[in-house]
Design a protein around this ligand. Sequence first.
Ligand code: ATP
Ligand code: MG
Length: 258
Amino acid sequence: MYVGIDAGASATKAIIINERGMHISHAIVPSGINFKFSSQKALRKALKDAHLNSGNILHSVATGYGRALIDAESTSSEITCISRGVHKLLPSARTIIDVGGQDSKAIRINEGGRVLNFIMNDKCAAGTGKFLEVMASTLRMPIEELGKLHLKASNPVKISSTCTVFAESEVISHISQGIKIEDVIAGLQDAIAERIYNMCSRIGFAKDFAFTGGVAKSQGFVEALSKKVGAIPLIPEEPQIICALGAALAAIKKHKEK
Ligand SMILES: Nc1ncnc2c1ncn2[C@@H]1O[C@H](COP(=O)(O)OP(=O)(O)OP(=O)(O)O)[C@@H](O)[C@H]1O
Ligand SMILES: [Mg+2]
């Protein structure tokens, strides 16, 4: 078996695959402040679900923000791992958008899955999952609820602030003026979709486009992004573990090279 661990800024993901790259099990746990601890926890969970132990692992690769801090035999960059994971599951994808807890990335790949170009926003919370987390907390609801409520919106408001802190004040002001919460939420998600689309436009869009990262689980956000891009993204069954999958696929390669 081969292991990929993605120590992301928000969540740590561990995946176990077999020598053919087939998914055996995975686990997602909060990263907290100790990547070593979260990665051990995620791996333990994934091993337990698959009724395996660490003796069954031939090679492990770490990726993500905290990759240097965890126990794995090798490391690989997030851009490479996301591209590898997407190419395995969605081979027609040529553009990938990954929106995680702390950054957002757009990647162009060729028909062989090779990275042609990429762009990343890791300077500002607006345009990332963090923005949604802050807004969910302001509105006192779980983040999953934002995506569902968005779908009920009939007249989304325009959120004009491009900064998370100012956008939060704008949200409070809209709510206090009696605007429906679903219209505020839709406005928020439209604002992030626009930011991400603008970032992605700088490297050009090529079809098909895939959407990964935890934020791809929000149906409302997927709708906002589709509207902006003018195309419906390909989304893997569990979009949050694609980077970890790419790391596990790299583990197979590294083991063969040994
Ligand atoms: N159902 C959901 N709806 C909306 N957002 C979600 C949902 N599930 C998870 N998220 C968001 O996804 C983000 C985490 O995604 P992911 O695990 O891809 O990030 P990460 O890899 O830890 O971060 P980064 O890539 O920036 O280092 C969090 O902001 C979380 O709130
Ligand atoms: Mg990530």
